[in-house]
Design a binder for this molecule. Sequence first.
Ligand SMILES: [Fe+2]
Ligand SMILES: [Fe+2]
Length: 135
Amino acid sequence: MAADWKQEYSVGHPILDEQHRGFFVLCKQAEACRKDRSHEGRQRFHGLLNELVLYAKRHFVTEESMLALHDYPLLEQHKAEHEVYHEKLTDFVLQATFGELDRDGLFDYLTEWWTRHILDSDMKYRDYLRTSKIS
Ligand SMILES: [Fe+2]
Ligand SMILES: [Fe+2]
């Protein structure tokens, strides 16, 4: 079951919160056609998978630029986590293109990664941005 964005996920920045929220919306849409094995269902699911990759990419660019602007000390570590996610998603896309996509595995990974990353790593910059002089 795809999770919803919750207030406790707020990193205290409206644009980044909105992007995080948008991810959960996309995930819900993918879940709605998760069990649909028809040709249309597959195409729709594949489209959403690509969208999830692009959406994350755009979000990572926004988030990393914001952190760089504020000289966030853990930026490199944070970027590395985004990179791991991106590589894993690329594997899922390859799987979907050349074989049978493990949809359950994809969902488990997405839900697990986003909630853990937001609550742990993204949350670490929350207080930093709040106290940063130029924020
Ligand atoms: Fe992040
Ligand atoms: Fe994020």
